[in-house]
Ligand binder design. Structure first.
Ligand SMILES: [Zn+2]
Length: 193
């Protein structure tokens, strides 16, 4: 059973991500992405592969209202640097991490953070006209900086940030639970092929 069919209107994804920018620092900087670049290749990423087809707009794939609630809540808790926007590069992984050349390319493409889980879930939520936002914490500098990321480091930083992430989500949920004023619910309008 899908989240949509049980009446869910908003989704907050929790992600641990690598940083592609000096100023998004590992150790728990919080990033609320507002764009993504999809480098996944083999994942099923639509509900509309026929017979009905909707070409939804993902020009602005995240919910602006949930994004801003998450950012202000994270900021209000203090202790974390909060980035209100960022471009999230999504790779499939193999589940390997990137090569140095790939990581440098993603930086040049304008990526700010990198992870493996955002797509297709953001796209599928958009296709169901749900609100979707992500609270990402930065665990590492991927592999473009001197010391390449390893899994144990990612897990250590994730663990350190668990309580903060849980608290931000707990405090944000009641603030976004009213009627939706964003445009996420109208994503399917004029999208049917
Ligand atoms: Zn929304």
């Amino acid at each position: 059973m899908g989240l949509n069919s049980v009446g869910v209107k908003r989704i907050i994804g929790i992600n641990a991500v690598g940083s592609l920018k000096e100023e998004m620092r590992p150790g728990g900087d919080v990033v609320i992405p507002d764009q993504f670049i999809d480098f996944t290749k083999r994942r099923d990423s639509t509900f509309y592969d026929g017979p009905s087809v909707y070409h939804i707009s993902t020009a602005d794939p995240f919910c602006p209202d949930v994004n801003s609630a998450l950012a202000s809540q994270a900021r209000a808790m203090g202790g974390k640097r909060v980035h209100d926007s960022g471009t999230y590069v999504v790779i499939e992984g193999g589940p390997r991490f990137s090569t140095r050349a790939e990581s440098k390319m993603f930086r040049q493409f304008g990526g700010d953070i990198i992870g493996m889980t955002l797509v297709p879930e953001v796209v599928l939520a958009d296709e169901m006209a749900m609100c979707y936002s992500v609270l990402a914490t930065v665990t590492d500098y991927d592999v473009w900086s001197e010391k390449p990321v390893d899994t144990s480091e990612v897990l250590r930083v994730m663990k350190e940030n668990e309580d903060v992430v849980r608290e931000v989500v707990r405090e944000t949920v009641p603030r976004i639970s009213g009627e939706r004023k964003c445009n996420c619910s109208s994503r399917l309008e004029n999208a049917k092929a």
